[in-house]
Design a protein around this ligand. Structure first.
Ligand SMILES: C[S@@+](CC[C@H](N)C(=O)[O-])C[C@H]1O[C@@H](n2cnc3c(N)ncnc32)[C@H](O)[C@@H]1O
Length: 197
């Protein structure tokens, strides 16, 4: 965590570059290394608000692509094509509504984060539940060859999810981007090139 009164360089950089959150630099770093997003791609962004991943994804997929964000809270960015948004709790997401916007995606991203309680085990379990839910959706909505990026608070159950992703994707990486605070237990799991069923 940045010390009180000490400016966070990522927050300042995000503001300077017109992004609504410092979270953008985590996605940017991962995308630059693994080339997840390309022009024309269709991207599902779970837990998208305030919207910096949507801003970045839109710049990568361009006007021939599509970025569909889903969140309980509205994003703080202007929504114009290629950006689309569905409001709601991911726990009761209607896949038919998602498919009506876009039948399948080249990338499913999840930066879903629970409201933390301060109780480590509770927060970790909630984060894992959200990551598993994101994986359930990705399993159904991601096209063969597509990529899946999901945030999770690292814990004893993380290896089981990694194992599932290893089976479902050509490769699976565990990533801790520089923009992720060192003190935070968050990591990102990255499944590259979903295998055909
Ligand atoms: C860390 S923020 C995402 C930041 C985003 N990637 C960005 O770049 O602006 C996590 C988001 O997950 C959302 N979220 C958490 N649980 C959710 C749920 N059950 N349903 C929908 N959204 C949820 C929160 O509302 C919050 O906006």
């Amino acid at each position: 965590m940045p010390r009180p009164g000490v400016p966070d360089p990522y927050r300042r950089k995000a503001r300077q570059e017109g992004y609504v959150s410092r979270a953008v630099f985590k996605l940017q770093e991962i995308d630059e290394k693994y080339q997840l997003l390309n022009p024309g791609h269709r991207v599902l962004d779970l837990g998208c608000s305030p919207g910096s991943w949507m801003q970045y994804s839109a710049s990568r997929v361009g006007s021939s692509g599509l970025v569909l964000g889903i969140d309980a809270n509205p994003p703080e960015i202007e929504l114009a094509p290629p950006l689309y948004f569905l409001a709601g709790d991911v726990e009761s997401l209607d896949l038919a509504t998602v498919r009506a916007v876009c039948p399948e995606f080249d990338a499913v991203l999840s930066d879903l984060a629970p409201k933390t309680t301060g109780v480590k085990e509770v927060d970790r379990q909630r984060s894992l539940d959200l990551a598993l839910l994101a994986w359930q959706y990705a399993r159904q909505l991601l096209k063969a060859g597509g990529h899946f990026l999901v945030k999770v608070f690292e814990g004893p159950d993380t290896p089981a999810l990694v194992k599932e992703l290893q089976a479902a994707f050509a490769s699976c990486r565990i990533v801790k981007p520089a923009g992720s605070r060192a003190a935070s237990r968050e990591i990102y799991l990255l499944g590259l090139k979903k295998r055909a069923r």
